[in-house]
Design a binder for this molecule. Sequence first.
Ligand code: AMP
Length: 216
Amino acid sequence: MILVFLGPPGSGKGTQAKRLADRRGLPQLSTGDMLRSAIQSGSELGKRAKVLMDQGSLVPDDVVVGLIRERTLAPDCRDGFVLDGFPRTVAQGQSLEAMLNEQSRKLDAVVLFEIASEQLIERLSGRRTCSKCGAMYHVFAAPPRVRGVCDRCGGTELVQRDDDQAAVITKRLEVYSAQTAPLIGFYESRGQLARIDAAGTAAQVATALEQVVSAL
Ligand code: AMP
């Protein structure tokens, strides 16, 4: 099964992609995570991407398309994958379509996470990530059991992403409206779009998502 999760930053698509991917035994392919790994490794690509990511802009289409192309050819992607944060422009959507055609595969569905923008700012500014294992928390909505300590691995560095600072959040939401939202029409016209209400709790959204995915 090949799925795309589409939605603004903070809509919960990363959390749900991880969850669904674990349940179905499919890899979650997050271009944001791939780029953050490149930054950590100190590679040239990482250095170039960091400048753009820190200001809330998108990295060039050919960079992310190249990352996805290579990753989808790995053996663990044979039975499918969940794309989280890719595509983010219509050009990326067209490249994905061409790439899947070349591989004689097809996209099963694009799940659109719908949520009001006021809620996004609240979610993004409270978001924290364990620097050791990547587990995600929210200072109010989903804090760890012990303050400052990761439930999953016991790590004690729960950090805010550089691009979750207020000024950058506003820019990322603008970039989403201008560059990513046109993908909604792109996939709607192909009859591939399924919408879910992303305003509820993670458990409620997971239930809605299961219903959509089970019906495919
Ligand atoms: P994310 O973790 O998905 O919120 O992505 C964080 C940042 O990585 C974005 O704000 C972009 O700068 C960059 N990025 C991630 N995915 C893409 C993509 N598909 N196209 C362009 N830039 C991306």
